[in-house]
Design a protein around this ligand. Structure first.
Ligand code: F6P
Length: 358
């Protein structure tokens, strides 16, 4: 009997998804040859719910190592709605279990971030054989030191900050660059350091605008005619930090902002007199070809997942721990996230370099 392995990509995409899919597939074909069949599930859990899938052919996994996005398509299917009956009256969990059975899967590989892992764990609890693979540019999956997609996004955001430097200097401006990351500041912290940002603001450390402006003014006093502020999209100030999430969102809506970035820029201009501009690279940070680092990581993770299929080791997700590829139990990591801890060495590095953290 052929082994039947289902694979899906869920949540926001990132560079390295295809490289990981390829890593899994090549290692499976290498091990099982014609005795394995890979079933591609289209658009993540949505395809699993709606029965949208197809048997993949080996040639489909060739030439995708360098390709951004995901050949399987992806969609956000929120975990919190998994148990909620929609207008279509479909019980999503029952539908996923039924389609898993109809596809005659031996196991299901779920490539995704925190939300994807919560649903993967739910399916494992429901008795399906599930293996997770941690992707996200946010690098915030609990139990792994790194996720694929992160380092490529760091490279992209760093290039943005590099390019912003020259125009900031020419115009004697302050430039505020908004980097992706709603809850976790890893991407802003790493690209801010790599790009030589002067001020780095992350969601884990609520800022005060007085501290931000003081840092800009201190630079000006040293004769520096520009400043670069790297802002994670999820930052809030010390006053907002004391508010409940809903209250904060209501205040932002009232002021006409979604993220704090534009507000920060306006305040800087008013308080320091520096002409200030905002740059939002947005989804560019998730686009294009994965970096060499991410291709290697994706191949390590993908081939490890194939080994887990061989060992029938399910209910787990692949992880990097202290430079070794291993795994965590889904139940141990689902629902948790990995934020930048206050004691993290990289924050120490930033502070030693004189970078203001707001
Ligand atoms: O989780 C990855 C991420 O890129 C976040 O950094 C960002 O806040 C979010 O996805 C954007 O999501 P969407 O693709 O739905 O706009």
């Amino acid at each position: 009997m052929k082994k039947r392995v289902g694979i899906l990509t869920s949540g926001g995409d990132c560079p390295g998804l295809n490289a990981t899919i390829r890593g899994v597939a090549k290692a499976l074909y290498q091990r099982f040859g014609e005795d394995v069949e890979i079933i591609g599930i289209i658009n993540g859990y949505s395809g699993l719910i709606n029965g949208d899938w197809r048997v993949m052919q080996p040639y489909e996994f060739s030439g995708i190592l360098t390709v951004g996005g995901t050949i399987l398509g992806t969609k956000r299917t929120p975990f919190k709605l998994m148990r909620v009956m929609g207008d279509d009256n479909v019980d999503k969990v029952d539908a996923m279990k039924k389609n898993y059975k109809d596809m005659k899967l031996d196991c299901l590989l779920c490539l995704g971030g925190n939300g994807t892992h919560k649903t993967a764990n739910l399916l494992a609890e429901e008795g399906l054989n599930v293996i997770g693979l941690p992707k996200t540019i946010d690098n915030d999956i609990y139990g792994t030191d790194v996720t694929f997609g992160f380092h490529t996004a760091v490279d992209i955001a760093t290039e943005v900050i590099d390019r912003i430097h020259t125009t900031a200097g020419s115009h004697s401006r302050c430039m505020v660059v908004e980097i992706m990351g709603n809850k976790a500041g890893w991407l802003t912290l790493y690209s801010g350091i790599a790009g030589g940002a002067d001020i780095i603001l992350i969601p884990e450390l609520p800022y005060t605008i007085d501290n931000v402006c003081a840092a800009i003014e201190a630079r000006a006093a040293q004769g520096k005619n520009f400043s670069i502020v790297a802002v994670a999209e999820g930052v809030y100030d010390a006053e907002e930090a004391r508010m409940k999430k809903k209250e904060r969102a209501a205040k932002r809506a009232e002021q006409g902002y979604t993220t704090a970035t534009n507000r920060i820029a306006k305040q800087i201009e008013k308080m320091t007199g520096f002409e200030t501009r905002v740059c939002v690279p947005g989804h560019m940070q998730r686009g294009g070809s994965p970096s060499a680092y991410d291709r290697v990581l994706a191949t390590q993770f993908g081939s490890y997942a194939a080994k887990m299929v061989e060992d029938e080791n399910y209910g787990i997700t692949v992880a990097m721990k202290n430079n070794h590829v291993g795994e965590n139990k889904l139940k141990d990591i689902a629902g948790k996230s990995r934020l930048v801890p206050e004691s993290h060495g990289m924050l120490e590095v930033a502070r030693r370099m004189g970078i203001s953290m707001g």
